[in-house]
Every structure is written in structure tokens, then in C-alpha cells.
Design a protein around this ligand. Structure first.
Ligand code: KG4
Ligand code: ZN
Length: 346
């Protein structure tokens, strides 16, 4: 079963060809350089870049996979959540391909892609880890921070979410305040490593004792902002690596507290973690240490490209929909920018 999948949910034009969990090709055109100078994603520029690149990216993914479009069984596409004008480009292209080549369409939630990213295999089927449900699936990206009970294929129950900013968004905002550019997660990681990831300033950990699995990062950001403002007013010199490390530690501690809480409440010891922020090595170490103490197993995306946005993870999620005959009606399929993660049957 070969699937061509498209994800244009934000600032990457992504197309992959997958067969079950195996990735035959994964092509990505990143718009980061376009948005960098504006300090964030500019919707109109994203839309135009997706439109300009989508045909090239589809062709490249098929060529790299050494697959003709006639060999493709299904076309999968991200329906949401994401940027409306960006999602539209991928959905339009998926419908066009499905109609032209007489293929069935599968719609995928971007967040289920991030969950399935931990189960993606390379072309020859590695890693071979089987599914051992249930999992606590954690998503830590630029747009989302969630803890989800993942009890069977395509079966989700959200047990915790951020009430304001996402973890990656908080890191990006802190990096911006420090004048480090956008996106900032990776830059903060490098600076924090210079000071051994230590916590020097003990910024607050909002909602630490809230007895739920929800997160909040905007209070932390505000406290960081006033800390910098005060220091500047007092003409104190700022130690950027120490600030980066301390802020990062506050965000990661919040994640650790709530993953611990969720593991204790649900008694689910197996954890998966997907999304851009899990590219961070220090966060991986903190989560591994936690699992050593409380849990039994943690899965991260097995290859670096799977932490950020990509279409391979969407194709793997779509393969389980195809097995259950969950197809989308091309006449009705439309983007849903605020699509929630729900279990779909049908
Ligand atoms: O999953 P992703 O590529 O896009 C979304 O769906 O949002 O996540 C992007 C986020 C950004 O906030 C970026 O700063 C963060 O992931 N990120 C990192 C690292 N690499 C990317 N955060 C911490 N450490 C990193 N190494
Ligand atoms: Zn994403």
C-alpha cells in the first residue's frame, strides 16, 4: 500500500511517499529563510511559497521514491491544525491529484502525524519496534503542547494541553527577547550547552502544582521579560548563555512535572514524544531519566528529520486510516485551522 502524502500546515512544503511504516522518500522545501527576517511566519508569504513549490516537491518525492504516480494507492493530506491559507494549498493539490489519477483521499490531523513520528521506519523497515499500546503521547512543537492517551491506532484522548503558549513558542519568544533570531529553540540549546544546561536564575514554573496535566508558559515569558528589562535599566551586563539555559530549564521542568503527573494518574508507563522541541538533547536526557525512575519505555522520533514538520509521519498515520477504510470525500474535504485531535471512526 503506497501513499503519497502532503503537509503544508505551516512553513514547510512537505511531500512523502510511504509504504506502511516505511519511508520511500521525504521531500521538504523549508521557508525558514523567507520568514526569518520577519521574526515569525508571514501567512501571505507562506501561501505564495507553497504554491510556487508544491509541484516541484511532489515530483521530487515521486522521483526519489522511484515510484510512478500510477503506483500510488492513496493520496493523504493534512486537514489541520495549521495556517488556513497554507493548508489550502496542500488540500487543493491533493484533491487535484486524486481526481486526475482516480485515487482515494485520506485526511490526516497534523498532531496525529507528530504522534506517529515515533513509529516511522526507514526504507528497509528499521527500527522494527512494534506497537505496545497504550502510550502517553506527548507533543512538544512550536504550535502545540499536549499530553494524549494513545490507546490504540487512531484512538486519542487529550488529557493535558497548554492554556496559552506552546513550549516551542515560549522558547522562540525568549530567544527573540535575547536578540537571537527566529526560530530560537536550537540557538537556546547551543547556548545552554555552553553552561552545562544549569539553572542560574530559577525562573517560575507556572501551574506546577495545579493537579492536572495542563501547561502554561506565558507567565514565565512575562517574568523573563521583566527580568531582562530590570537588568537593562540597572545597566547590569546580561549573561546570554546563563539566561538561555535558565529559561530552557524552566520550560523543560514544566514538561517533566506534567509528564510525571500524567504517568502517575493514568498508570501508563510507556511514553512517546514528538514535535520540534524534542530535537533538544538535554530534554531527551531529562525525559529518559524520568522514565528510568517511573516508567518503562520512551520512544522519540527515530531520525532527526522526524522531529520537525514532515510528510513522512503523515503518511504513516494515513496508512492506519487506509487499513480501516477511513477515506475523505473530496467534495467535502476542507481545511480546519483549529482542528482538534479526536478519534475518528467512519
Ligand atoms: O514541530 P515543529 O517543527 O513545528 C510545529 O509544528 O510547530 O516545531 C518547531 C519548534 C520551534 O518552536 C523551534 O524553536 C523548536 O521546535 N525547536 C527546538 C529545537 N529545534 C527546534 N526547541 C528546542 N531545541 C531544539 N534543538
Ligand atoms: Zn508540527
Amino acid at each position: 500500500m503506497i501513499i503519497l502524502s502532503i503537509d503544508t500546515s505551516c512553513d514547510e512544503t512537505a511531500v512523502a511517499v510511504t509504504e506502511g511504516r516505511r519511508v520511500l522518500s521525504n521531500t521538504l522545501y523549508s521557508q525558514i529563510l523567507i520568514h526569518k527576517k520577519w521574526g515569525g511566519v508571514v501567512p501571505s508569504l507562506a501561501k505564495r511559497a507553497h504554491e510556487e513549490k508544491i509541484d516541484f516537491v511532489v515530483t521530487d518525492a515521486l522521483r526519489t521514491a522511484r515510484v510512478g504516480v500510477e503506483d500510488v494507492d492513496f493520496i493523504a493530506v493534512t486537514q489541520g491544525p495549521g495556517l488556513a491559507v497554507a493548508l489550502e494549498v496542500g488540500i487543493r493539490k491533493a484533491k487535484e491529484l486524486a481526481l486526475k489519477h482516480n485515487k482515494k483521499l485520506i485526511s490526516v490531523n497534523h498532531l496525529e502525524g507528530h504522534i506517529y513520528s515515533c513509529f516511522v521506519q526507514n526504507r528497509i523497515g528499521n527500527p522494527r519496534n512494534p506497537f505496545e499500546f497504550p502510550y502517553l503521547a506527548v507533543i512538544v512543537s512550536g504550535g502545540h503542547t499536549q499530553i494524549v492517551k494513545f490507546t490504540d491506532h487512531l484512538t486519542y484522548e487529550i488529557i493535558g494541553s497548554t492554556v496559552d503558549d506552546a513550549a516551542g513558542e515560549a522558547l522562540d519568544k525568549a530567544a527573540k527577547l535575547l536578540g537571537l533570531g527566529y526560530p530560537g529553540g536550537h540557538v537556546l540549546e547551543t547556548l545552554a550547552q555552553q553552561v552545562k544546561n544549569e539553572d542560574f536564575y530559577r525562573f517560575p514554573r507556572p501551574m506546577r502544582n495545579s493537579k492536572d496535566a495542563n501547561f502554561s508558559f506565558s507567565g514565565l515569558k512575562t517574568s523573563f521579560y521583566y527580568f531582562l528589562k530590570r537588568a537593562q535599566e540597572n545597566r547590569e551586563s546580561l549573561d546570554i548563555p546563563k539566561l538561555a539555559s535558565s529559561f530552557q530549564e524552566a520550560v523543560f521542568d514544566s514538561l517533566i512535572y506534567k509528564i510525571t503527573y500524567a504517568m502517575q494518574e493514568t498508570r501508563i508507563p510507556n511514553v512517546t514524544v514528538g514535535g520540534g522541541v524534542i530535537a533538544n538533547k538535554h530534554l531527551r536526557t531529562k525525559i529518559r531519566n524520568l522514565i528510568r525512575e517511573y516508567g518503562s519505555r520512551v520512544l522519540f522520533p527515530p531520525f532527526p528529520y522526524l522531529t520537525g514538520d514532515n510528510a513522512a509521519m503523515m503518511g504513516v498515520a494515513a496508512s492506519f486510516k487506509a487499513l480501516r477504510h477511513q477515506f475523505a470525500d473530496p467534495a467535502k474535504l476542507d481545511r480546519i485551522p483549529r482542528l482538534e485531535l479526536t478519534s475518528q471512526t467512519g
